[in-house]
Design a binder for this molecule. Structure first.
Ligand SMILES: [Cu+2]
Length: 636
């Protein structure tokens, strides 16, 4: 028996496709994603006996934005097929990308331009060495592509053999503009030949001069097993109780998280992300992929490997997806879960008694990794013994590249990373949607920061400061940006639940030192990625408001995103509160990022503030309790 929030099984996907085809006879239908529809929050709270429904998205023979079908699995019937408008289409899928690559490689003008760069294009084997990467062109579609047609831009790279890293050899200056809907290359843009960089970009072990031999075995073992328990996709660990799943757009999702039987978050996941490039080079200036919604990032989940992706006593969750031609596909080990030692939880050494009290910290790690083209994004939720919840994003993979000459190189916008190879400056902005349910009931939002106090009788030297709190009562006042210099953070409270000190229980969002979106708000990038203009947004819960950049973003111009959701300035003073947090980093590539990027990190913390009455980890076992004698021994 499925819980309503469980991911879909392979059998459910197969059944959904059968019901869809029985009610929708379009032979040309191909599929982008399938998701089990989460039951409405108020219904699920009343009963877990909800009908099981799925949403299936795809493209068929109709020349609009594609279909979004709802299938009732419980009743075994296709319930509805909604057509999407031309300006906001279903995500790009493998079928679009495959078609774009094939059309590009069949375009004589494009082949001629490739050949003009001294690259062989005559045989099938020649063409197999040319790697074509399609990029979303929404926002900057070529003028010859009619409104509403699905646009892609294809850039290309030259591989030495089938397993080579093609990104080492960009075929620079050449872009094929594709109208995928019409099935043709509408324009071949060529801004001039730049020599192909000389060095290899191979990063596999077989192509390195040597492998280190002085790293000793490091085993993580838990002879008694891990401390968590699972029941399907439900997890219990150290007072936490939650469910996990993967959503086609949002990726890894935590549901119904409670701590010590007290609700904390109803749902926590990425809502959207954007990667805008800052470089003036025509190969990059238009790039600003909304990786989550334009590419259905959740469908690009890796199958994780024990001992490599995750180390220790691991529990894996499999998930199931739909293939473009309507089959069920299992992604084994899509979600990884394990415990990690995390140094000390707390410590004090008493000078008088010379007794040291110290306890170990550990965290539960729940993670998934998604590969979107050249980049790999790891999303790691960490749950700590003291109630802290952390999201850490790990960015790795291969950076975007330009072939350059000393004459064309623009160091301020694309630093050199290898011989003849530069990499454009760009940003990664992630917007997380945090659906709070702090201690049950309605929640309120506050901004807290430090104010330096004026000189005065009680502050003669100007050294004093105080912590001030400001209620964010409506959507407009909740559009906020970070201010690390004043220790600014945001606090979610439940005014109806007081702690032992008589103060409303709370959790604070501690943001990282993030940039905001650099693109002008009135640019295409600024409109489509407007969620990046502020680090904080807040809305009252509304079931259909899930997308920070709108629900369907392929070919759209920024409709339906957070500026639109918050335009009526709704009251959020005491409500079912949804917080949207944008965390970002600016990537100025460095030689060490080449040929594969060491992981770069960003994220945020959610920390209890008066949710407990005192340190909730005093009951941890004294694994490293040291006596006076032991201290003296170690001193000598
Ligand atoms: Cu980057």
């Amino acid at each position: 028996m499925h819980h309503p929030l469980d991911p879909l099984s392979a059998a459910e996907i197969e059944a959904a496709i059968l019901h869809f085809r029985a009610g929708h006879s379009d032979q040309q239908a191909f599929f982008c994603s399938i998701e089990r529809l989460e039951p409405a929050k108020h219904l699920l709270k009343k009963s877990e006996q909800c009908p099981r429904s799925v949403k299936l998205t795809g493209i068929d023979s109709q020349s609009d934005g594609g279909f979004e079908a709802e299938i009732d699995l419980t009743a075994g019937a296709l319930k509805s097929v909604n057509r999407l408008a031309l300006g906001a289409q279903v995500a790009y899928g493998i079928a679009d990308l495959g078609l774009a690559i094939q059309l590009t490689k069949s375009c004589q003008e494009w082949l001629d331009r490739v050949a003009a760069r001294g690259i062989a294009t005559t045989t099938k084997a020649d063409l197999e060495l040319i790697q074509v990467d399609p990029w979303p062109a929404g926002g900057y579609a070529h003028p010859d592509i009619p409104d509403g047609h699905r646009a892609l831009r294809c850039i290309a790279f030259l591989k030495k053999d089938a397993t080579d890293n093609g990104y080492a050899r960009p075929i620079h200056g050449l872009i094929a503009h594709l109208d995928v809907t019409a099935g043709k290359v509408v324009h071949v843009e060529d801004t001039g030949v730049i020599p192909i960089p000389p060095s290899s970009g191979r990063f596999d072990s077989a192509h390195q001069e040597k492998t280190r031999t002085d790293l000793k075995t490091l085993d993580i073992t838990q002879p008694e097993g891990a401390s968590f328990t699972t029941e399907g996709y439900r997890v219990k660990w150290q007072g936490y109780d939650l469910r996990v799943s993967i959503h086609p757009v949002h990726g890894l999702v935590l549901h119904q998280m409670s701590l010590q039987g007290r609700p904390v978050l109803y749902r926590a996941a990425l809502s959207e992300m954007i990667v805008p490039y800052g470089d003036a080079d025509n190969m990059h200036s238009w790039k600003h992929v909304l990786d989550a919604s334009e590419y259905n990032m959740g469908t690009l989940a890796n199958s994780l490997k024990l001992g490599c992706d995750c180390l220790g006593e691991i529990h894996y969750f499999d998930i199931h997806q739909v293939t473009w031609d309507g089959k069920a596909r299992t992604v084994e080990n899509a979600i990884c879960m394990h415990e990690e030692d995390y140094g000390i939880q707390w410590k004090h050494y008493d000078l008088m008694t010379q007794v040291s009290e110290v306890r170990r910290s550990r965290r539960l790690v729940i993670s998934s990794i998604f590969t979107v083209g050249n980049y790999d994004y790891g999303f790691y939720w960490y749950l700590y013994l003291d109630g802290t919840i952390q999201m850490e994003i790990k960015l790795t993979g291969i950076v975007g590249v330009s072939a350059v000459t000393p004459e064309t190189h623009n160091a301020a916008q694309a630093p050199m990373i290898a011989d003849g190879l530069a990499s454009p400056v760009h940003q990664h902005l992630f917007c997380f949607r945090l659906d709070w349910e702090l201690d049950g009931g309605n929640n309120s939002l506050y901004e807290n920061e430090i104010e330096v106090m004026p000189l005065g009788e009680n502050n003669p030297d100007g050294t004093q400061f105080c912590s001030v709190s400001r209620h964010l009562a409506d959507e407009h006042s909740a559009k906020r940006n970070i201010a690390p210099q004043t220790s600014r953070h945001w606090k979610v409270t439940n005014p109806e639940k007081l702690n032992g000190l008589g103060v409303p229980v709370a959790y604070k969002l501690l943001p990282a030192a993030s940039p905001s979106l650099f693109a002008r708000p009135d640019s295409q990038v600024g409109r489509r990625g407007a969620f990046g203009l502020h680090h904080l947004w807040a809305t009252p819960y509304t079931e259909e408001e899930q997308g920070a950049a709108g629900q369907h973003t392929v070919m759209h111009h920024g409709e339906g995103g957070l500026p639109e959701l918050t335009k009526n300035n709704r009251d959020i003073s005491h409500c079912d509160l949804v917080m949207w947090h944008t965390v970002a980093l600016t990537h100025v590539p460095r030689p060490e990022d080449w040929p594969v990027m060491p992981v770069e990190y960003t994220g945020f913390h959610l920390i209890p503030v008066g949710f407990f009455d005192r340190n909730p980890t005093l009951d941890l076992p004294t694994q490293c309790h040291s006596t006076k004698q032991e201290s003296q021994k170690s001193d000598s």
